[in-house]
Design a protein around this ligand. Sequence first.
Ligand code: 5RP
Length: 223
Amino acid sequence: MNDKQLVAIEAAKHVENGMLVGLGTGSTADLFIEELARRMKEDKLKCKVVSSSAASARKAGDLGLQLMEMADISHLDLYVDGADEVTPDLTLLKGRGADLVKEKLLAKAAGQFFVLIDQSKLVSRIGEKYPIPVEVPPFSWQLVKHGLENAGGKVVLRKKDDQPAVSSHGSWILDVTFEPRLDAATLDDLLNSTPGVVEHGIFRGLARGVFMAENGSVTQRWA
Ligand code: 5RP
């Protein structure tokens, strides 16, 4: 069993009958979906799920999980997702999968948000390993790019097969770096107050628990 499977199994132990569970996006979130499906079959666990992306919805549907539409919910019990970077104060960088709007909506609306990582995701500051993903409607990308460049950022439109990468609901993604690096609070405020940004990858004050696998064992950190 690999480290990502270990944290997925540990997080799935927290799911109880009757819960509405949010499904994240990415390879670790996929393993959590698989473990949830196993528990539903073998332990007769009864829960409903809501997905953060078309990919997770497809996976959940294929495994027979009972999917709710996001438009039909106003609260969920638990949201479980991976992350690209995690700092000691449990600030996260997310968004390599390009579905930030739904991910942050679910993380914020959930009673609890659990983050599943391996040790390679730990950083001392946000932006250490990856640029900050910034989700924009296609019509605003040039203006947002210009605005963030004026604020000192280097901005690259994310591409897939030579075309702009598109999120589940039609946004494009700008990958932004600042040199010298800005702290997460300053970046968060800057991106929150930039018109035309629909969402970005800094998740501050949202994670309740981080499950981290390291050499075959799982440690938990709680906010
Ligand atoms: C998607 C994300 C993912 O959770 C993040 O990229 C981690 O992915 P993985 O579990 O595959 O390492 O933020 O937008």
